[in-house]
Design a protein around this ligand. Structure first.
Ligand SMILES: Cc1cc2nc3c(=O)[nH]c(=O)nc-3n(C[C@H](O)[C@H](O)[C@H](O)COP(=O)(O)OP(=O)(O)OC[C@H]3O[C@@H](n4cnc5c(N)ncnc54)[C@H](O)[C@@H]3O)c2cc1C
Length: 311
């Protein structure tokens, strides 16, 4: 055990708080990715502050991970510390305003967005339906301004709390969050979202639940949920749909090793059969190049790359 690891076990109160050389394929929805040198789960603010302080002291680089549903981790893995939230960071505080017409929720950034959206729906409040089928955490969703079927985080978020890698805590109000298509102020910041506040108006519970049913059915019909992936691989280019451009290039089913352009939905690259991260990466760029050559539109990955890839 090195010194950093020893000190970590003093700071972390939870068992298995730090796993060494933990395969990231276990923690990403693509099911690929090499080991994280230190895979650290923090369960409360005291642990988080302690871990950040140690990382700074020992010059250990930090990577933040949510549910790993929008990342591609390289086969070489990630050097340094990969931080994930659990424990207190999964809790929510719910308040109904006196009129009973508005629900205010503060939710820990480690909580799964889908379970949060279902809780809001079951209480009879509307506005989180779009989020029920997105397999990320609240933190990852705020970071990415996740959205689907006409709704996005931007529509319901009120504020967010964030801690920089240097340990400085800061609150942001919604107008400061710079939310736009798959972008937030945090996209350019080195730190971790720890909680977020949301507001939802009263609705008709049965209608809300049946809308969620309907959206989830559409997902199952249109998306290759039976294979590991990171959802839509590319951002939507202005005036086009990535999936349609890829399909029109004749790339449905095109593969590099075990990575494949889904035949069901060309906007998804799937891990069809024991793909490596490098194969997924190569396929992403081959597809982008082909679409650019054919239609003059450059597809930009929505998926975030972690670790080192070979060009
Ligand atoms: C089958 C499938 C369907 C999907 N459908 C949709 C969809 O409809 N709409 C949509 O928008 N996305 C969709 N996605 C993509 C993905 O679920 C979202 O982008 C989600 O918001 C990512 O959250 P995460 O917790 O998994 O983040 P991760 O993938 O773990 O991380 C994504 C980025 O956010 C950062 N991050 C994560 N947590 C934090 C935090 N607490 N603080 C600071 N930074 C953080 C990471 O460092 C990384 O840069 C889909 C993915 C899959 C696999």
């Amino acid at each position: 055990m090195d010194n950093f690891h020893k000190k970590l076990s003093e700071v972390l109160q939870n068992e298995n708080g730090c796993l060494c050389e933990e395969p990231m394929s276990r923690h990403t929805t693509f099911r690929v990715g090499g080991p994280a040198q230190y895979f650290i789960t923090v369960t409360n603010p005291v642990e988080l502050t302690g871990v950040l302080k140690l990382c700074n002291e020992y010059d250990v680089p930090i990577t933040v991970l949510g549910n790993g549903s929008n990342v591609l981790v390289s086969d070489a893995g990630i050097r340094g510390a990969v931080l994930r939230l659990s424990g207190e960071f999964l809790k929510s505080e719910i308040t109904e305003d006196v009129s009973g017409q508005t629900l205010l929720v503060t939710v820990g950034a480690g909580r799964m967005l889908s379970s949060f959206a279902m809780e809001v729906a079951r209480l009879g409040y509307t506005g989180a339906e779009f989020a029920a089928g997105i397999p990320g955490t609240v933190g990852g969703a705020v970071m990415m301004n996740a959205g689907a079927y006409g709704g996005e985080i931007k529509d319901c978020i009120q504020n967010a709390e964030w801690v920089s890698f240097e340990g400085e805590c800061r609150g942001f109000q919604r107008e400061e969050l710079q939310l736009s298509y798959r972008h937030s102020i945090f996209s350019e910041k080195q730190g971790m979202i720890t909680k977020a506040g949301f507001c939802f108006p009263k609705g008709e519970k049965e209608e809300i639940l049946s809308k969620i049913e309907q959206l989830n059915r559409m997902r199952r019909e249109k998306q290759p949920l039976e294979y590991p992936s990171a959802g839509s691989t590319f951002k939507r280019p202005e005036g086009h749909f990535a999936g349609k451009l890829i399909q029109d290039c004749g790339l449905a089913g095109y593969s590099v090793g075990g990575a494949q352009v889904s035949e069901k939905h060309c906007g998804f690259i799937i891990n069809r059969e024991a793909a490596t991260a490098q194969e997924v990466y190569r396929l992403i760029y081959e597809v982008s190049d082909r679409v650019e050559k054919e239609f003059g539109v450059r597809l930009e990955p929505e998926v975030r790359f972690l670790g080192k890839f070979t060009e």
